[in-house]
Structure formats: structure tokens, C-alpha cells
Ligand binder design. Sequence first.
Ligand SMILES: Nc1ncnc2c1ncn2[C@@H]1O[C@H](COP(=O)(O)OP(=O)(O)O)[C@@H](O)[C@H]1O
Ligand SMILES: [Mg+2]
Length: 323
Amino acid sequence: MRFVYVMDPMDRVLPDKDTTFAFLRAAQTRGHESLHCELRDLFVKDGDVHARVRQLTVSDAPPHAVFGEPQVVRLADVEAVLIRKDPPFDTPYLYATLMLERVRGRTVIMNDPRGLRDANEKLYALHFAKYMPRTMVTSSEEQIFAFVKEVGGRGVIKPLDGAGGSGVMMLLPNDKNARAIIQTVTGEGSRLAMVQEFLPAVEKGDKRVLLLDGEVLGAINRIPRGDDFRSNIHVGGSVEPYVVTPEERAMIADMSPRLKKDGLVFVGLDVIGGKLTEVNVTSPTGIQQLSQHENRDVAVDVITWIERKSADFRPSLKSIPGV
Ligand SMILES: Nc1ncnc2c1ncn2[C@@H]1O[C@H](COP(=O)(O)OP(=O)(O)O)[C@@H](O)[C@H]1O
Ligand SMILES: [Mg+2]
């Protein structure tokens, strides 16, 4: 099969850490062809969306990525399109999701472009507000102050478009920097920010639960380093195995129909002390760390899911053994 990966340049990808690299490796092991492109390589001609791609071979040893010659493919002709571009969600990203609308229903797209557009990673969690810590979204400095007081004096403020812990800060009582922090995150009151009650359980870790088509694929726990409250791997959080609790399973079962309806197949939930803080959809990570703990390549589960799904679009493939 041919899979197109719409993603960042390969020199930004860490072979031993990044989930997209694990997908590339697993797909290659299963005999599929990987075609790499960036957002700017997508184009529409005569009403149909295409991409300028290069065949990509990956390897754990350097060189980690070897490219073939540039070629053009019509996206409806390949077996799957994996949208794995890291945030930010900017205008080029928005346009890419709008162009990719043209392939819905004609091949597998993971995740669905409309779902990606609808699901701001911070705001989408509000569909499941009953599982969240107390949360407010506002640009008003005074409202933020009042809210933090209301939730016990300690809060966390986050930009709506951040990732990897970037711009996430603690709001503490009597901190003479608090006003400056709020003004920085809200752009002097010109931008919305999310404010949450501070969850002390974060000390024990922020769980990353990976979901595939609404089902639990596995989970890891990310423990903050001693001198930070943020536990993102990106800012030095350490990873340990984690088993999803029955309460978390019940929450996921409740969330699953909505995720499926929105075409959000590969999703990473952030859960602190049983509370949902974020629903990562653009390019969730964690599968390599999960694989290490499970002693098997969990990325294979995602690739085999894509193989099975693509058979829905290519009935003839149903006769291939193992598909
Ligand atoms: N309500 C909260 N209470 C305590 N810590 C939090 C809270 N929300 C987030 N954090 C910490 O900040 C980190 C980043 O927050 P998150 O909302 O996941 O944004 P992102 O990962 O997109 O930067 C989390 O991994 C966690 O360690
Ligand atoms: Mg997060």
C-alpha cells in the first residue's frame, strides 16, 4: 500500500522518540510504501487534491531518512493519508485541512481534516467538561484573578494554541509576577487563554492515554522533573508505564462516540489525577515510549487498523491475507 504522510521536514523528527517515525517504521516493516510531503506540497488541480511527494525509507541507524525522486500523486489514489503536522494551527494548516476535504470518503485519512479543524486541543476537551478540572476561558485579567481565587488560590494558565508545555504557567497567590504572566499569555487582554484550577496530583504525573478509533491503545505516565510542574516529555518529563483505571476507561467510553463522529482516530488524552486536561489530535505522541514499556511495537496496531480501513475503500484488497 502507499501511505502519504503530510508532516514536518524529516530533519525535525527524532527517530527514537517521535510517533510519526514509529508509524513510518512499522508501515515499512509491513511492506508499505511511505510518501512524504509538507503542507506546502499539497495542491488542487481540476478540483482534485494532489501532493508533490518523495518516497521515504527510514532506518534506526543513520541516515535515518532516505528520499526517492519527487513525484506527484493524487491523494484519492493512495491507500491512506496521515496528517501528522505538529502545531501551530496556522493559516497554512487551515488551508491544508480545507483542501484535504476533497478526499474524505475516498481513502483513509487519519485524522479527519474537519475533526482537526474543529478540535482545538484545549477547547475540544470542553465537550467533556464534566471530566475536566474547573476551567475558564477568557481574555480578562480581572476574571482570571477572580477565578483563581475561587478555585483555591492556585491556577494554571495556558495559551489556546500551545503544545509541549510551551507557555503553560502557574498562577500563585501573592506572586508579584502574576499580572505580568496573565498579560503575557493574553497579549494584554487581546487573546483568550485557558485557566484551570491547579491539580496537585500533577506531581505524580500527567497520563497520556493513546486512543485508536475510540479504544485504548495504551498509556504512559509523564512525571515532571523536580524543578518544573510541567510534565511534557518535550520539557524533560520522565516516562513510566501506566495502566488506565476503570474510571478512566468509563470516561473514554463516554467520549468515544464523539471522537469517532469527528473522525479523530488517533488521539492522545492528557489526564491528571483522573481529570481530563487536554485532547491532543494534531500529532499526538507517546507511542515509542509506550512500545518500550510494552515490549512490542504498538505502532503496528495503528498500521494494521489503517490496512483494514483501507479495504473498505478498495474491496479487492479484502482478499489479501492478513488484511
Ligand atoms: N490544571 C493543571 N494542574 C496542574 N498541572 C497542569 C494543569 N494543566 C496542565 N498542567 C501541566 O502542564 C503541562 C502542559 O499542559 P497541557 O494542558 O497538557 O498543555 P500542552 O501539553 O499542550 O502544552 C501538563 O503536562 C501538566 O504537567
Ligand atoms: Mg499536554
